[in-house]
Design a binder for this molecule. Structure first.
Ligand code: NAP
Length: 486
């Protein structure tokens, strides 16, 4: 395709891998990028140097990314009077893999959020957020080193679909009239019908299955130990509950020889007793099978703090995943270094992005942490199969942070830190790619003060909230405690 506003550099296209998931990447791929608004400009300048340095060091000049700037946000609005240049979407479609900085959310415009719009237009159904701790990063928990999780958040459905009818609007009135006429029992459940805004929460079998498959493929390829389906199925039975049901079903149907599920455990327990079910699970895990389990969405916030080692890959729905990924990021240093990728594993399309916003008060001060975009780039390189370059970025980040060469956000929480600018942090990451790693340091920061985490986590809420089945609380609590021990 020819573009009017986008300059296409010399290079080749990334294409979908034939017959398999993933992409085939030439040595000089054209990769579209959006630098982002506000602090995005500083962050992109620092990050692109890190990404280029990692590729150059890993492949000695045989591979190089041909960066292609595409436009969205304020830059697009100022230059082309549109928040999202249609060519930008076309470029992401054509070149498959790209990266972006944070974008301002237009106020009063036709687009609710540029990020949501891009995800929607490219059908980027999996939002992947790895959450791991870098040695020395200040953390509010005692053992941030226990946090090593990857969230697979469904990105296209749920309450985020955008069927959101404002109270008093003609559409809202029409919709409620329809409810009143055709679903009187449901209408009667609305406590204040005259003033209620209405949102709709579609969750489908196909949407659930492709997300859970993506999580399963990732977990198996990366030798992770478990997948937890996080849902609120005890309350929203036909959306969140169905996510759990369909998630287990696709797992058992398509991955039976490689997984062991808590559904299997339940069936064996019912047929042969708990000891047999425990023995079966133990044998399955010892043989290298992946454990697939589930948890209610509210208790997952507690347990990922108090029993972090029990969580590995988490597959969940849109809203749960949005909350959970920021909450988990807080355990390992906050959104300043939390990366993300929005991926359609079937079409190969992927956009990697910072998870924080534009932090406008720090714009152009060369101050903020570029870690989120740097690590999003690291995810992108891994997705492209350039693992050696990705590993160098992790090494560089590890080294720079362990040496306490950090931006203001970490420096204000670390003893003996050397506060550096955004650009200087980028340079430090590049330098540490070549240096030997420093010895490990303990975590810093404020401990949570939770004294008996496991006991507290299991005792009350877990029983009531496990699996969403109608069971006496006492029995369910016993079951949850047993599972926790397994
Ligand atoms: P924000 O930009 O994420 O900033 C909130 C706070 O987070 C900052 O004040 C700062 O905390 C910290 N922070 C953010 N980025 C950081 C970085 N790189 N390094 C260190 N600390 C960082 O959230 P917001 O102020 O609510 O949103 C501003 C704009 O961004 C809005 O237009 C919003 O819609 C948009 N937004 C975009 C995205 C995206 O494009 N992915 C995501 C979220 C929000 P301290 O002040 O404590 O240092």
């Amino acid at each position: 395709m020819t573009y009017q506003h986008i300059q296409v550099p010399a290079g080749e296209k990334i294409v979908v891998a034939e017959g398999a998931q993933g992409v085939t990447v030439p040595d000089h791929p054209v990769v579209p990028f959006i630098e982002g608004d506000g602090t995005g400009r500083d962050i992109w300048r620092a990050s692109v140097r890190v990404l280029d340095a990692a590729v150059a060091k890993a492949y000695g000049g045989n591979r190089k990314i041909a960066w292609m700037e595409v436009f969205a946000g304020e830059k697009s609005f100022n230059q082309f009077q549109t928040w999202l240049l249609p060519e930008t979407v076309e470029a992401f479609k054509e070149y498959l893999v790209g990266i972006k900085g944070p974008l301002t959310t237009p106020i009063g415009g036709g687009i609710r959020s540029l990020n949501v719009e891009l995800r929607k237009q490219l059908d980027l159904y999996a939002c992947v957020r790895p959450v791991r701790w870098f040695t020395g990063v200040p953390s509010p928990v005692k053992r941030p080193q226990d946090v090593d999780m990857v969230i697979f958040r469904e990105n296209t459905e749920d309450i985020y679909t955008g069927i959101d009818l404002e109270a008093g609007s003609p559409d809202n009135v029409k919709f409620k009239q329809l409810l009143k006429e055709h679903f009187p029992r449901e209408y009667a459940k609305i406590r204040f019908p005259d003033t209620a805004g209405i949102g709709v929460k579609p969750v489908s079998k196909e949407g659930t299955e492709r997300l859970v498959r993506a999580a399963l493929n990732y977990a198996l390829a990366n030798k992770r130990k478990s997948i937890t389906l996080a849902h609120k199925g005890n309350i929203m039975k036909y959306t969140e509950g169905a996510f759990r049901t369909w998630g287990y079903a696709v797992t058992e149907r398509e991955y039976a020889d490689r997984v062991y599920t808590w559904e299997q455990w339940e069936r064996t327990k019912a047929a042969e007793g708990e000891a047999a079910a425990n023995a079966e699970q133990k044998a399955a895990l010892a043989s290298g099978k992946l454990l697939v389990k589930d948890v209610i969405a509210d208790i997952v916030f507690q347990q990922t703090i108090t029993r972090a080692t029990e969580f590995d890959v988490i597959a969940t729905m849109n809203l749960n995943g949005d909350y959970l990924s920021d909450a988990l990021a807080a355990q390992v240093g906050g959104i300043g270094i939390a990366p993300g990728g929005n991926i359609n594993y079937l079409s190969g399309h992927a956009i990697f992005e910072a998870t924080h916003g534009t932090a406008p008060k720090y714009a152009d001060l060369d101050k903020v942490n570029p870690g989120s975009v740097i690590l999003s780039g690291e995810m992108m390189l891994r997705y492209m199969g350039w693992a050696e370059a990705a590993d160098l970025i992790v090494k560089g980040m590890d080294g720079a942070i362990a040496a306490r060469t950090v931006t203001y956000d970490f420096a204000r929480l670390m003893d003996g830190a050397k506060e550096v600018k955004c650009s200087e942090f980028g340079s430090a990451v590049i330098e540490w790619m070549d240096k030997p790693a420093l010895p490990l340091m303990p975590a810093e920061g404020v401990a949570t003060g939770v004294k008996k985490p496991i006991k507290r986590a299991v005792k009350k809420p877990a029983g009531k909230k496990t699996a969403g089945k109608k069971k006496p609380v006492k029995k369910a609590a016993k079951k949850a405690a047993t599972k926790a021990k397994r």
